[in-house]
Design a protein around this ligand. Structure first.
Ligand code: DHB
Ligand code: FE
Length: 279
């Protein structure tokens, strides 16, 4: 049977991709950020997932105000890096796992979550930057990736509770897939940040650190945080953190925290990163 062995959470700041693509990661501004991923790269080269179920948000690249799916699962054979205005990033295409993706779609929809099935989609920094942070610059990504897009761009995003519960449904779906696969689930985005308006630049380190603790040790409490608290305490883009709850919901109630990294500043955000393993 397929099984979910570990969860990874990471910010997906686009400038991180740019720093790697232009060879700047040793510069004093970037070095402490990338140092926090050295452990992670070694860890994942030993864990060798077959598939990463990658929870991310599209930033008006594949979707727009014309079409706003709350949860969308990528069922295609491959996904190309999106052109976000400066040409596509020089990274490999992402290879999907259509059989597992369709199986998860069937199972999760029949567990009463309405997923949008996507058979053609480009993937933006929300998905490619986490792959870069974990795998560096290979010629091909070393595993299959199932993109799972969550709407956190246009109000109303899903609640934290719904994200935790969809994570639980994803776990059930994976564990009923009849092939031996080592599957990881990643949650991306965050941490506190606001990119526009009078509060642009807002970062709330105390809140972020409490969220990391809560996500690890009391995910139900983290799931009960209302939208308005994310908005007030973590800025307009802090709501991206609900995607970490999808990841957490797919893991055991009690997990091993293998690694944590938190650093301010990273572009306009606090960068946060966790590696959690099922016992
Ligand atoms: C930044 C962070 C994001 O999560 C994003 O999607 C875009 C920009 C930033 O900090 O610059
Ligand atoms: Fe983002």
């Amino acid at each position: 049977m397929a099984r979910i062995t570990a969860g990874v959470a990471t910010s997906h700041v686009p400038l991180l991709g740019r720093a790697v693509d232009t060879g700047c990661t040793d510069e004093p501004y970037w070095a402490p950020i990338f140092k926090g991923y050295e452990f992670s790269k070694k860890w994942i080269s030993q864990k060798k997932p077959d598939v990463v179920f990658l929870v991310y948000n599209d930033h008006a690249s594949a979707f727009s105000l014309d079409l706003i799916p709350t949860f969308a699962i990528g069922c295609a054979e491959a996904f190309a890096p999106a052109d976000e205005g400066f040409g596509p990033r020089p990274v490999p295409d992402v290879k999907g796992h259509p059989d597992l993706a369709w199986h998860i779609a069937q199972s999760v929809i029949q567990q009463d979550f309405d997923l949008t099935i996507v058979n053609k989609m480009d993937v933006d920094h929300g998905l490619t930057v986490p792959l870069t942070m974990m795998f560096g610059q290979p010629n091909q990504w070393p595993c299959k990736v199932i993109p799972f897009a969550v709407n956190v761009v246009q109000y109303p995003p899903p609640s934290g509770r719904r994200c935790l519960n969809v994570g639980k449904a994803i776990r059930k779906a994976v564990e009923s897939f009849d092939e031996d696969l080592n599957v990881q689930i990643w949650g991306t985005g965050g941490m506190s940040h606001q990119l526009q308006g009078p509060r642009a630049g807002l970062i709330n380190q105390d809140w972020d650190k409490r969220f990391l603790d809560m996500l690890v040790n009391d995910p139900q409490a983290a799931a009960d945080i209302p939208h308005i608290e994310y908005l007030r305490e973590t800025g307009s883009e802090g709501i991206e953190m609900v995607m970490w709850l999808v990841m957490r919901g797919a893991l055991d109630p009690a997990v091993i925290e293998r690694h944590r990294h938190y650093h301010v500043p990273c572009s306009n955000t606090a960068i946060g990163h966790l590696i959690l393993e099922n016992k």
